[in-house]
Design a protein around this ligand. Structure first.
Ligand code: UDP
Length: 366
């Protein structure tokens, strides 16, 4: 049997890395092909450099100013041909990207079973995050095995009438690779340098005016906390850069706007931060796992457990609640038991083993 693992962006590569290693250990390595759509180019090249897996095929489909519809169309078409030429028996996709949806669509249209990793995350608002919420709901309709990170994600799938025997709670493979990478990095805690807020912002639905409003709140934060600085590895999306540059005219005294960081360096930057301010899904999970408070620049989150545990606070997609959330976190200690609980909820860094087991069992590959 031949299986393909399909990915195209930074978060997919990071969360799939431990699974690819596990599958190649347990199966004939030639029977598992790693296919990159090339949905993102620069971020992915940088990320792959830091991760330990080889890509078998790269469609390299990215073009400038691509729309989600064009991305999906090009990837479905390339995968359709690939699946037929290589007699593919199963497809693994991760998360909520255009590549993941295209993988599930190509699987459905060629009669190839699709396995969905990180299944069941929901805000139940098709506009937030857009287009990711729609993508993951659509993938759930098409997949034949749903690998949920948490019990809450499983409950979301059950509520959509996905049969219980098609859902396996495996944990979050992002915590596996985070734990493994941090172990190899040694002590990354901050020394005597000025404390900082770490910022990442890239959500498509917040580009333009909402992002400009967030920049205003970051400026207020710098003024309110003269003893702090901001470290902001900015996303390469031209619209993100345009808005930041229109507001801040580049880095300042206590504002470092830098290029995207290598994954291990970014983990180090998270571990050293006083508060993380982000609209990213993965960064919410990772910050909370490290016990660093997270201020979420969104109206809705599909990771409600982190908020309920007191490890993150919602500040709205325009950042209106940012100052209050930051001051709340600076005034109290993070509850260590809540961090332990969040790591347990995600499978304590052993998710990839469960993923590989679930796939072997589903396709009777043992
Ligand atoms: N990340 C990184 N370098 C950076 C910023 C983020 O390696 O400069 C990693 C981060 O550790 C996380 C992932 O990228 O694992 C999150 O990706 P992104 O925010 O693009 O996507 P999302 O998680 O929102 O889907």
């Amino acid at each position: 049997m031949t299986g393909i693992v399909v990915f195209g962006t930074r978060p997919e590569a990071i969360k799939l890395a431990p699974v690819i290693g596990g599958l190649r250990n347990r199966l004939d390595p030639h029977s598992v092909k790693v296919v990159c759509s090339g949905q993102h180019r620069s971020l992915l090249t940088q990320t792959l450099h830091a991760l330990d897996f080889a890509v078998d095929v790269n469609f390299d489909l990215m073009v400038h100013h691509q729309t989600p519809a064009e991305v999906v169309r090009r990837i479905v078409s390339a995968l359709d041909r690939f699946i037929q030429d290589h007699k593919v028996d199963w497809i693994l996709v991760q998360g909520d990207t255009a590549t993941a949806l295209a993988g599930a669509l190509a699987g459905y249209l060629t009669g190839t079973p699709t396995i969905h990793l990180e299944a069941g995350l929901r805000t139940n608002d098709l506009n937030a995050p857009w287009p990711e919420e729609g993508f993951r709901q659509l993938i759930a309709r098409l997949a034949s095995l749903h690998l949920a990170p948490t019990q809450a994600a499983r409950a979301n799938l059950m509520a959509e009438n996905i049969p219980a025997d098609r859902i396996v709670v495996v944990g979050n493979t992002g915590l596996d690779i985070q734990t493994h990478t941090m172990k190899t990095m040694g002590d990354v805690r901050q020394g005597d340098a000025m404390p900082y807020f770490l910022v990442t912002l890239h959500r498509r639905e917040n580009l333009g005016e909402p992002l400009a409003a967030v920049c205003g709140h970051l400026e207020t934060l710098l003024n309110s906390y003269p003893g702090y600085r901001i470290l902001w590895p900015r996303h390469p999306n031209p619209e993100v850069i345009e808005t930041i540059e229109a507001h801040f005219l580049g880095s300042g005294d206590r504002l470092a706007i830098v290029d995207p960081m290598d994954y291990p360096d970014f983990l180090g930057a998270m571990a050293g931060a006083r508060v993380i301010i982000t609209d990213s899904g993965g960064v919410q999970e990772e910050g909370a796992s490290l016990g660093i408070p997270v201020v979420v620049i969104r109206d809705k989150t599909e990771r409600q457990e982190i908020v309920d545990l007191g490890l993150a606070a919602m500040a709205g997609s325009r950042g209106a609640g940012m100052e209050e959330a930051v001051s709340g976190f600076l005034g109290r200690q993070i509850d260590a038991a809540a961090v332990t609980r969040w790591r347990e909820i995600q499978g304590n860094g052993h998710a990839a083993v469960c993923v590989v087991e679930a796939i072997l069992q589903r396709f009777e590959l043992r």
